[in-house]
Design a protein around this ligand. Structure first.
Ligand code: ATP
Ligand code: MG
Length: 414
């Protein structure tokens, strides 16, 4: 039998974790809503082809990280490693492209078979937005601005920095790729085995390598910006102009790349130094070629995804644990009254817990253990007068309150 441990790279979200997790998701949903993005949820598993086609056969995700299995019907299924592919698949399945612009927000679990470490899990969660069927650079600006606004809402704006790059259009990329491959071929023996293998299939990814030797070679590689077509240069200028107009500071990072052909123009990341090696909290960019790659018409997309666990670690303030009111009946008759009263108070929106047994002292102990803010002590004499004693468990003060005033009085306690 399996050990009673969570599977490697997975985590339980117990209430305190879940509060942080929710705080991230709720703030992101709310802020994305202000920008007009509506929440969607696509299935957690898809036909494997959905990811193979969109992520490309040479990406790390497809070659090493996918959780793939054959189901009982013989279908090859993959647990989603990211959500852009699922959202685009949903748009195509639903025939929604005619109605653009499409604006979606998502929040949910993703699965990648990776080596677990701090900020890197096998089941993790992402929030993200996708803006589909918008070719204009203003779309890129709004997508980045929305990401920034989410980070601000979480109180971590001062811990993150925006890095920005352009991958140009198809023509720019083809020219750059050629120059890069010919440069790298001249330094083949200095490259890591991984990078040597990537040279023909996916050379742009080498720019992003973490290997020391690769980095030395890459430092003198030709720069993308020398290969941008005038149109691509103009597009990037408009993205930067928009960010400047918003007063959103960024650092140009020519090494920020995405290996796949359908990525173009804007690539960006929000990074932090507060989390050690796993410093990217949000990554995104434009993926105009992806929809056609999946069998749809030529269209456009731009979006970002952010790691909820990493953002939860960055959260400025611990979300407060809600504190209940404890009902403390004295004697059995009062127990029935406590049940009814608790129900009424919950109807008024209060969090109310019953001590389930014991004498007054014992029930107050449980109330304190549950971190109750106040106890409502129901004695038969008080009940007969239509009242109860409210004990403030922080100050110890106690006073009698008429039952019909109870909700209002308890709501004042913070
Ligand atoms: P990394 O370089 O850290 O592997 P990535 O390029 O694979 O990141 P993306 O696919 O762009 O990441 O995913 C967007 C965000 O999702 C990341 O910036 C990160 O915050 C989060 N993320 C990605 N993989 C994991 C993981 N295994 N565990 C926790 N968070 C993750
Ligand atoms: Mg990764």
């Amino acid at each position: 039998m399996a050990k009673l441990q969570p599977a490697r790279g997975t985590h339980d979200l117990m209430p305190a974790d879940m509060r942080r997790h929710r705080a991230v998701g709720d703030a992101a949903r709310r802020v994305a809503g202000l920008y007009g993005f509506d929440e969607v949820a696509t299935p957690i598993f898809e036909f494997s082809d959905v990811f193979r086609r969109t992520l490309g056969d040479t990406s790390d995700i497809v070659t090493k990280e996918m959780y793939t299995f054959v189901d009982k019907g013989g279908e090859e299924i993959t647990l989603r490693p990211e959500n852009t592919a699922g959202v685009v698949r949903a748009v195509l399945s639903g025939g929604l492209l005619q109605q653009g612009p499409l604006k979606y927000f998502y929040f949910g679990p993703m699965f990648r078979y990776e080596r677990p470490q701090k900020g890197r899990q096998r089941q993790f969660h992402q929030i993200g937005i996708e803006l589909i069927a918008v070719p204009e650079p203003l779309g890129d600006v709004e997508v980045i601005a929305c990401g920034w606004a989410v980070l601000r809402a979480l109180g971590c704006a001062d811990k993150v920095a925006l890095e920005l790059n352009t991958l140009g259009d198809g023509e720019s990329r083809a020219a750059y790729r050629e120059a890069l491959v010919s440069y790298l071929r001249g330094h083949l023996s200095a490259l890591s085995a991984d990078s040597q293998a990537r040279l023909e299939r996916n050379p742009l990814r080498i720019l992003d390598s973490k290997d020391e030797g690769d980095r030395r070679v890459v430092a003198d590689a030709p720069r993308f910006d020398e290969f941008l077509t005038p149109a691509a240069r103009e597009f990037f200028a408009r993205v930067r102009g928009g960010l400047d107009a918003l007063g959103l500071p960024y650092r140009l990072n020519p090494r920020l790349v995405r290996g796949l052909d359908y990525y173009c123009h804007t690539a960006f990341e929000f990074t932090t130094e507060a989390l050690g090696a796993q410093g990217t909290v949000m990554g995104g960019g434009r993926y105009d070629g992806l929809i056609a790659e999946m069998g749809g018409p030529a269209s456009h997309g731009v979006g970002w995804a952010a790691g909820v666990e990493r953002l939860a670690m960055l959260l400025a303030a611990e979300p407060p644990a809600p504190r209940p009111v404890a009902m403390v009946p004295m004697g059995e008759k009062a127990e029935a009254a406590a049940l009814a009263l608790a129900d009424r108070l919950r109807g008024e929106g209060l969090r109310v817990e019953l001590g389930y047994r014991g004498n007054l002292k014992r029930r107050l102990e449980v109330a304190n253990r549950r971190n109750a803010r106040a106890a409502v002590i129901l004695g038969e004499d008080e009940l007969a007068r239509g009242a109860a004693a409210v004990k403030d468990l922080d100050t110890g003060g106690q006073s009698e309150v008429a039952l019909d005033q109870l909700g209002a009085r308890l709501a004042q306690l913070r």
